[in-house]
Design a protein around this ligand. Structure first.
Ligand code: SF4
Length: 583
């Protein structure tokens, strides 16, 4: 570690000058001469849960007519553990019609994203979200984001305790600034000191975003190892005794820059349930104080730890805590996918996990999903739970309502919607084009095209019922956690993808680059011989991600820092037989 004092990044100055995230957002919203906010306010707006974007499908045409880009805003609703009630669901659905583009997206972090909101409607959108007792503050920005938690109430008796703890962490680490209520809810400005306004964060908040997740083994459905900080519930003799603590996960990287890499979190200790909030706060404070504030692409906790070691981080957390974390306890994950279909709890309440393609709640010809869910929400007295894989659980359906809700699910095709191949059910895609400003290639609009081809392949190979995780993103930032799936496509340019293979089926091992710059329409053809090979020669119970490593298609990734080493067959040559690059 160099002791050289580096110049803080421009974002640090913006945060410092912002008066706790106020900036000139309120004034910018009043400016009718443009559909945009000024640059600094765009940075601050993220902390409030919104990104300024523009419709990239319209960019060229508007430029031709010398019009400014078609500015729109994405608003992200933060929901700890992805839980919202029927009334809140109906509010989101209405806002999507009143102010958005008529649909909404279930995100990969159990949040809801509304797209296509123009500046003039931003304040009304925020107001209506808050009136429904939901929040967008800290859904984005250099703060602790939405806390993820296994959403499935039936999967463990410990679930309620875990979700309550996740909620406590989210509440404790939420920014305290009055800016949010002043700007969006017209509350009076309160003058306060740094200590009272942001006692945990201070005026510069964190160096970068910070993500926390809670998983309950054997389900790793929230992809715990992708988080800056993860808590693995340890249940002994049916009782929740505490949590293993993991740190240093993160997916983003930059193509061609080996200084950046995805990384999976390392388990470094154990804490009791009553210590969790304290541990989360102190771990976040260590990153607040030691994270790189000069280079944003090196500012996540994974780099702080990679530069110094996990032992250093553990010791610092212990120092900040004033006591020592215990050694980690044994645990075992089996999958990071969702368990589809019906489950009935001991209390007679039912839960139905459904597949939502790309997480998009939308009406399409032949499948009026959004309308169906709206009709269900009108009578459902339980709740809706978003999974970390962009899917949805209609949860806590009371015995009295089950027949009526089942009839609606039948009427709108929801009951049959998970009658799909295992690879389709294991798919996740980030938004990418046309709204994400960072997208290099299609993702959400590309995935269905690829799946149509791959469904044909897996049917012919006899793999229809085999669960295989596949993810795509339009750029290497990794919002859909592509590096943790068995197959991944990461956008490099228009219709060009890097193809990765070999992630662990339980989300506990990263994949590796297999082919570079593959055209979108060629990917199914590249995968076909490998899938057939898998069908022919896999060992009993062997998962696809393990198979491609055992048979030498790609080398095993040990940790993020070796992500770029010993890559697979990236020559682009047609693959006739597996090439044993690292058998
Ligand atoms: Fe946008 Fe990249 Fe995230 Fe996809 S992965 S939503 S393209 S930033």
């Amino acid at each position: 570690m160099s002791n050289e004092v580096k110049k803080p990044s421009a974002n640090e100055g913006i945060k410092t000058r912002s008066r706790f995230l106020r900036g000139t957002i309120a004034e910018g919203l009043q400016d009718t001469s443009t559909g945009a906010l000024c640059h600094d306010d765009q940075v601050l707006l993220k902390f409030h849960g919104s990104y300024q974007q523009d419709d990239r499908d319209l960019r060229a045409a508007r430029r031709k007519f010398k019009l400014e880009p078609a500015y729109i805003f994405m608003v992200r609703i933060r929901l700890t553990g992805g839980i919202l009630n029927s009334s809140q669901w109906l509010t989101v659905d209405r806002i999507a019609t009143d102010y958005g583009n008529g649909d909404f997206k279930l995100s990969t972090r159990q949040a809801i994203q509304l797209h296509g909101i123009i500046k003039n409607n931003l304040k009304s959108t925020m107001r209506d979200i808050n009136l429904a007792a939901m929040n967008t503050l800290a859904a984005c920005g250099d703060v602790n984001r939405n806390v993820m938690c296994n959403p499935n109430p039936f999967q463990s008796a410990a679930h309620e305790e875990v979700i309550n703890t996740a909620n406590a962490v989210m509440r404790h680490l939420a920014p305290r600034t009055g800016a949010y209520h002043e700007i969006w809810l017209d509350q009076e400005k309160i003058i306060s000191s740094e200590e009272t306004e942001e006692p945990i964060y201070g005026k510069t908040y964190l160096p970068r975003k910070f993500k926390i997740g809670f998983a309950i083994p054997p389900h790793n459905d929230i992809d715990l190892f992708a988080n800056d900080l993860g808590f693995i519930a340890i249940v002994e003799d049916g009782k929740l005794v505490g949590y293993n603590v993991a740190a240093g996960g993160g997916m983003g990287m930059t193509h061609g820059d080996e200084e950046t890499f995805p990384h999976i979190a390392t388990v470094f200790g154990f804490c009791t349930p009553d210590q969790v909030v304290d541990v989360a706060e102190k771990a976040l404070m260590v990153q607040r104080d030691f994270g790189d504030r000069s280079l944003r692409k090196h500012a996540r906790l994974k780099y702080t730890i990679a530069d110094r070691s996990i032992e250093w981080f553990r010791d610092e957390v212990n120092n900040y805590l004033g006591y020592k974390l215990e050694p980690a306890r044994p645990y075992h994950f089996e999958t990071n996918g969702d368990q589809y279909g019906w489950v009935v709890s001991e209390n007679g309440y039912s839960h139905f996990t459904m597949y939502v393609a790309g997480g998009r709640v939308i009406d399409k010809p032949g499948f009026a999903l959004r309308t169906g869910l709206r009709e269900i929400a009108k009578i459902h007295d339980g709740d809706f739970r978003l999974t970390g894989n962009q899917n949805l659980i209609i949860a806590n359906i009371s015995p009295e309502k089950k027949a009526a809700i089942t009839a609606l699910m039948e009427e709108y095709g929801i009951l049959r919607n998970h009658d799909k191949t295992g690879i389709e059910l294991g798919s996740v895609a980030c938004v990418a084009l046309p709204t994400c400003g960072l997208a290099l290639a299609e993702s959400e609009r590309y995935m269905p095209v690829l799946l149509e081809q791959l469904n044909d392949v897996v049917e012919r190979a006899g793999l229809r019922h085999d669960s295989i995780t596949i993810r795509s993103t339009g750029c290497p930032n990794g919002c859909a956690r592509p590096y943790l799936s068995e197959i991944a496509m990461v956008g490099r340019g228009p219709n060009r993808y890097n193809l990765y293979l070999g992630g662990g089926h339980a989300g506990d091992r990263m994949n590796k680059l297999f082919r570079q710059d593959v055209q979108g329409e060629e990917i199914a053809g590249v995968l076909e011989p490998i899938l057939f090979h898998y069908a022919r020669e896999r060992e009993e119970g062997e998962k696809f991600g393990d198979f491609v490593i055992r048979t030498g298609y790609v080398a095993k990734t040990i940790q993020g820092t070796d992500f770029h080493k010993n890559v697979g067959n990236v020559t682009g040559d047609k693959l006739e037989e597996p090439e044993l690059v690292n058998a």
